[in-house]
Design a protein around this ligand. Structure first.
Ligand SMILES: NC(=O)c1ccc[n+]([C@@H]2O[C@H](COP(=O)([O-])OP(=O)(O)OC[C@H]3O[C@@H](n4cnc5c(N)ncnc54)[C@H](OP(=O)(O)O)[C@@H]3O)[C@@H](O)[C@H]2O)c1
Length: 391
């Protein structure tokens, strides 16, 4: 039996993880669940899974949770804040940690899980984007296992997992597929007027609001280039982005010998989640089976630079190195949040990020303090930039 902590259990990845675990209760047990403020959903999850620990990052929500669980689930200890998140990520009795908090808020608990030598199921790409080298060094030093849950990186992992000689050294290039998001075919002059509701209406995936907007700007793919470069130790220039609107091929790896391997499946996060939980075995899911005759056609195209300026910014960040990716990520988080709050336009998102990247000097990213310091500076600068835009 594997004991599991789910960081971010109330989110889209968290809910899908619980769904997979529910079907395999002989193999996996929920030790700890965490959320931020989604009290009602979290109470329901706690009553159903009876975790030993339930953590809410938001202190006020945690107090309310404690009150609600006192009678109905007295064996669940309620914790609050970042200390609670870190504690359940590094518990001695936990084997696997699903890192599914959205954004920089997931960095410390995800790093704690890595340091404690857990199997880290990494959905929280922002944690790796921010702390790349430090995170990968932590994994190596602690002998933790790192299994990517992002569908593209999980696909790549699957495509190299059976290459027994030199792992990533056999890779000639990576083709990272992208759906193109909801605005792939929208006339570019209509983009400024797109609303948060339209941006969050992803054609293929049901996801949280932040990653949905990132998919619409394609910053998600930019973050994924950075993520893939760290995970698979490959130069970003060897990672191509291929728009594949059907979202059936989740990525491809070209090996030295000319073989190109791909992983296919219907767009359903329960596939990479169950892979990560069961690895090196495979377990049943009730994901809809792939019917190629039904799909009939695969399309591929190059992303247009003027439609998706965030791609250029992400590539610039990884080229610059150091804390540039943390600065990019922080500015993006602020800009997306302000767009979701209807304070700026959709097309302002890359403008804010570019301005912050120009204004905040990047540093060596060797220490957590420096990374968090530059993250914080970039957030402040992003807020000022938005204020100066008249928002
Ligand atoms: N969804 C997907 O299909 C998908 C695919 C690939 C990768 N990912 C990655 O997986 C991560 C999660 O995505 P998602 O779509 O599941 O997001 P989501 O639906 O927005 O869920 C986010 C989770 O994080 C928690 N959270 C938010 N802010 C927090 C904070 N400050 N402190 C602690 N917890 C906090 C939320 O709790 P509350 O509910 O209480 O706010 C929720 O449990 C992201 O990094 C995303 O890029 C997602």
């Amino acid at each position: 039996m594997k004991e599991i902590t789910i960081l971010g259990s109330t989110g889209s990845i968290g809910v899908n993880t619980l769904d997979v675990i529910s079907r395999h209760q002989d193999k996996f047990n929920v030790k700890a669940l965490t959320a931020n403020t989604s009290l009602d959903v979290f109470v329901t999850q706690c009553l159903q899974y009876k975790p030993e620990y339930a953590v809410m990052a938001d202190e006020e929500s945690a107090s309310k949770l404690e009150e609600k669980l006192k009678k109905k689930s007295p064996d669940t200890s309620v914790l609050a804040g970042i200390d609670g998140l870190v504690k359940v990520a590094e518990l001695n009795t936990v084997d696997y940690v699903m890192a599914a908090i959205v954004g920089a808020a997931g960095l410390l608990p995800t790093l704690a899980a890595a340091k404690a030598g857990k199997r880290v199921l990494l959905a929280n790409k922002e944690a790796l984007v921010m702390s790349g080298k430090l995170f990968m060094n932590t994994i190596a030093e602690s002998d933790a296992e790192l299994i990517p849950i992002d569908s593209e990186h999980n696909a790549i992992f699957q495509c190299i997992a059976n290459t027994s000689n030199q792992g990533s050294n056999t890779i000639r290039s990576i083709m990272l597929t992208a759906s193109g998001g909801p605005f792939l075919n929208t006339p570019i002059n209509e983009l400024p007027l797109k609303t948060p509701e339209q941006a969050c209406k992803h054609p293929k995936w049901k996801m949280g609001r932040k990653i949905s907007v990132d998919s619409a700007t394609m910053m998600n793919k930019g973050l994924e280039v950075i993520e893939a470069s760290w995970l698979f130790n490959i130069e970003p220039d060897l990672i191509d982005i291929v728009i594949h609107p059907q979202s059936i091929i989740h990525s491809l790896v070209e090996h030295k010998d000319g073989s190109v391997l791909a992983q296919l499946g219907n767009p359903d996060m329960r596939i990479p989640i169950s892979f990560g939980l069961a690895w090196p075995e495979r377990i049943e899911t009730d994901v809809q089976r792939l019917d190629l005759f039904d799909i009939a056609q695969f399309d591929f195209r190059k992303p247009e630079n003027d439609r998706f300026p965030c791609l250029k910014l992400a590539r610039k960040a990884i080229k610059q190195g150091g804390t540039s990716s943390a600065i990019l990520n922080a500015a993006n988080e602020v800009a997306v949040n302000e767009f979701l709050n209807k304070k700026i336009m959709f097309t302002d998102i890359p403008k804010v990020i570019e301005s912050v990247m120009n204004d905040v000097t990047h540093n060596n990213a060797d220490s957590l303090d420096t990374i968090l310091g530059d993250d914080s500076l970039a957030r402040k600068r992003a807020i000022e930039t938005i204020r100066n835009m008249g928002a």
